[in-house]
Design a protein around this ligand. Sequence first.
Ligand SMILES: Cc1cc2nc3c(=O)[nH]c(=O)nc-3n(C[C@H](O)[C@H](O)[C@H](O)COP(=O)(O)OP(=O)(O)OC[C@H]3O[C@@H](n4cnc5c(N)ncnc54)[C@H](O)[C@@H]3O)c2cc1C
Length: 740
Amino acid sequence: MNNQPIARELVLVGAGHSHVLLLRMLGMKPIPGLRVTLISPSSRTPYSGMLPGLIAGHYTEDQVYIDLLPLCRFAGASFIRDHLVGLDLVNQSLVCQSRQGIRYDLLSLDVGIRPGGLPSGDQVIPVKPISQFLAGWRSFLEEFGRQEGGSTPRQLGFVGAGAGGVELCLAVDHFLTEHFPGTDRQLHLFTERARILPGYTAGVRRRFETLLDRRGIILHRNFHATDYLGGDLVSSQGNHVALDHAFWVTHGAAPTWLADSGLAVDDGGFVRVRDTLQVEGFEHVFAVGDCATMVNHPRPRAGVYAVRQGKPLNRNLRALLLGRKLHAYHPQSQFLSLISTGDKQAVAARNGLSVAGPWVWRWKNWIDVRFMNQFQHLPQMTAAPAGPLVAEFEQQMQCGGCGSKVSSDLLREVLTELTSDMTSDTRPNRSLVPGDDAALSTIPAGKLLLQSVDHFRAFYDDPYVLARIAVNHALSDIYACGGDPVTAMVLLTLPFAKPDVTRGLLRQVMAGTLRQLAQDEVELVGGHTSEGVEMSIGFAVSGLVTRDALWHKTGLTPGEALILTRPLGTGVIFAADMQHRAKGSWVMAALEQMLVSNRAAARVLARYPVSACTDVTGFGLAGHAIEMLQGSSAGLAINAAALPILDGAVDCLLGIGKNGSIKSTLHESNRRAATLAMPVDIPIKKPEVEIIFDPQTAGGLLAGVRQDQAAACVAELHQAGYADAVVLGRVTDAPGLVIL
Ligand SMILES: Cc1cc2nc3c(=O)[nH]c(=O)nc-3n(C[C@H](O)[C@H](O)[C@H](O)COP(=O)(O)OP(=O)(O)OC[C@H]3O[C@@H](n4cnc5c(N)ncnc54)[C@H](O)[C@@H]3O)c2cc1C
C-alpha cells in the first residue's frame, strides 16, 4: 500500500489493453501523490491476441489472462470489482452497479465494445466481452460433449467474418476435431458482404477461403444475420439457416451507457477523442481502445491499436498531472496482422503482402508470449521519491494546519448526503449529527449489555469493501456471545489527502459502513475520524443479550462436536497479495467470504444447544480453539480432512512455483502461543494443516454443539448460505489439540 499523501485521483475504467499497459508503466515509474483505482467487472482480463489459441487448445487460461490484482498491487493501484453504468461529469464522480460516488480528478475509459445486433437466446454465444465468452464456450463444450456420438450433425454458426470471426471459427473447428473426433458437426461462417476479411488483400482472403473450403466449413456470403429464432439464424433478406449454436463475432457496438454519459460521442456512440486521447470538450477525461474514436485518425477497432495507445496515454496523463505539454499521438495506418488458422499455423499480412505457415504461428506465439510475460513476471521496484504532487500537497497541509482530525462538517456533509433518502427510522444515529458528546442508549429490562472493539490497518485498498469487512469483523464478537448487535461507533484513520480526496474516501467508507450495518440492523451512533500516514478502520460495537441466550467462550464438554461456519485462509492470502503473489481469483473469493455477516450463522446456532462459542480472528483457529478449552481438562481432536480452506491458501503456505512458502506475519507467533498453551499434535505429512495458525479477519464462528445434533446444525448452516460450514472434530477428555 502506498503511504504517500494523496493529492490527485486517477480512475481507470475497464481493464482493456491500454490500461493494463498503463498500470505496468505506473508501477515502473509511480507518481507519488497520485491515487490510482482500476474498476473492472472481473479480477482478470484476457489478451485477445491469444484467445483463438486458447479456444484451439494451445494455451491454458492462465497463459491468456492477465491477473489484475497483482498488477494493481505492482502499480500501487486499488482495485474495485464493479461495472461502470454512468458518469456524473459535473461532480467528477462515477456510478457503478453496486455503489456510486467514486470521485476522480482524472478519468480514463478503456471499456471495449459489445457485440453489435446481438439477438437473445441461450444458443447465441456473444464473443464480446471476451471474459463472458469463455464462460459461454465452456457451457457450449459441456453440452456438445453430452451429444457426442449423436446421429444428426451439430450445426454451428459463426456470425461475422472479420479477422476475429474467421480465427475463432477455425480455432473451434480445430478443437472439436482434436477433442470430439466422434461427433458429427457442420460449421458455417456468415458474412454480410460478398467477401470475408474486409480490409485485407485479395491474396489473404483467397488463402482463407481456400482453407475454409478444405476444412468443409460452409461460407454464407451476403447473409446479414439479424436474428436467431426457433433454432434458425435469420437474415435481413428473410433467409433461414438451422443452427444449434450461433457464435456472435460481428463488428462491435459501443457500450450503451456512453451515449447517455454526456461525453462527446460519434454516430455509433463511440467516444470522440482528440489526438491527445482526451475526450473532446473534457480535458480530464481520456478514452482509449475500441470504445474510442480518434476523430482525426479513425482506425479499425483492433487490439493492436489499443496496445499502442498505452504509451501515449501514460505520457499525456503524466503531462496533465504535472502541468506539462500534452503530445499529439498519430496511430500508424498499417500494422502487421497475424491471423492464426487453428492448427498452429498462421498467415502474416502487411502492406499488401502475405506469408503463411507453421513458422508464422511460432512467430506470433513468440510475440504474444512476450507481451504476456510483461504481466506475469513483474519486477521488484523500490519506493519512488516524493515528486511535485506531494510537494504541492505538503504546502497545502502546512497552510491548512488541519492537524489530524477530519472536520466534523465534512463528516456531517457526507452522512447527510448518504442518508438523504432514508426515513427517520432507518437513518443512522440519534446523536451523531449534530450531537451530544456521547451516544445515549437505554438497556431494556432483562437484557445484558455486550461491548467489544476491533480495529485493523487497511490490508486491501478499497475503502468501501474494507469498511464492510471491518463491520463484520467487529460485529462477530457480539454474535459469538449469542447477542444482537445494536449500536456501532467507527474508529477511522484516513490517509493524508487533499480535502476533495478525503471527502471521496470518507464517502466510500461511510457508504460501506452504513450498508453493512443496515443489513444487520445496527445503528451507527458515533465515531472518531482522523488522518494519518495510512488508512485503518475499526468499530466499537455494543449488543444486547438475555442471560439465557448468552454464550461464553469456554464450557466445551467432552463428546461434543466442534462446528466452524466458514473457511480459513484470509491471513495467508492477503500476505501473498501484498507480495503480488496471490491470484486475483483467490483474493476475490476471500473478500466474498469476509463480506458475509455471521448474523445468520449465529441465528442457526441459537436453535441448537451451544455449549461455547467464539469467532475465529487474529489468533487463528488453533489459538481460538485453545481459548475455548481454558479452565477445563478437555482437549480437541480436529479432522484435517474437514478443515475448510479458501482457494489458494494451501498453495501459498506450501510455496507457489519456485518461490518459498508465504505466511502471515502472525502465523509463527500464533503457533508459538498455541503450543505453549497446550500440546499440539500435527501430522507432519499434512503441511496444509498449518492453516490452523493462520490469523483470520472477519472469520467464522466456532461453536460446540451436541454430537447428535451437529449434522442437522451444519445442514441448516448450509441452507443459510454458509456453504463451507463443517463439523471440524470433537471435544475429547484428554487435554491437548490433536489434528487427525
Ligand atoms: C476472437 C477474437 C480475436 C481477436 N484477435 C485479435 C488480434 O489477434 N489482434 C488484434 O489486434 N485484435 C484482435 N481482436 C480484437 C480485440 O479483441 C479488440 O480490438 C481489443 O480487445 C480491444 O481492446 P480494448 O482495450 O479496447 O478493450 P477490451 O480488451 O475489450 O477490454 C475492455 C475491458 O473493459 C471492461 N469493461 C467493459 N465495460 C465496462 C464497464 N462498464 N465498467 C468497467 N469495465 C468495463 C471489460 O470487462 C474488459 O475487460 C480479436 C477479437 C476477437 C473477438
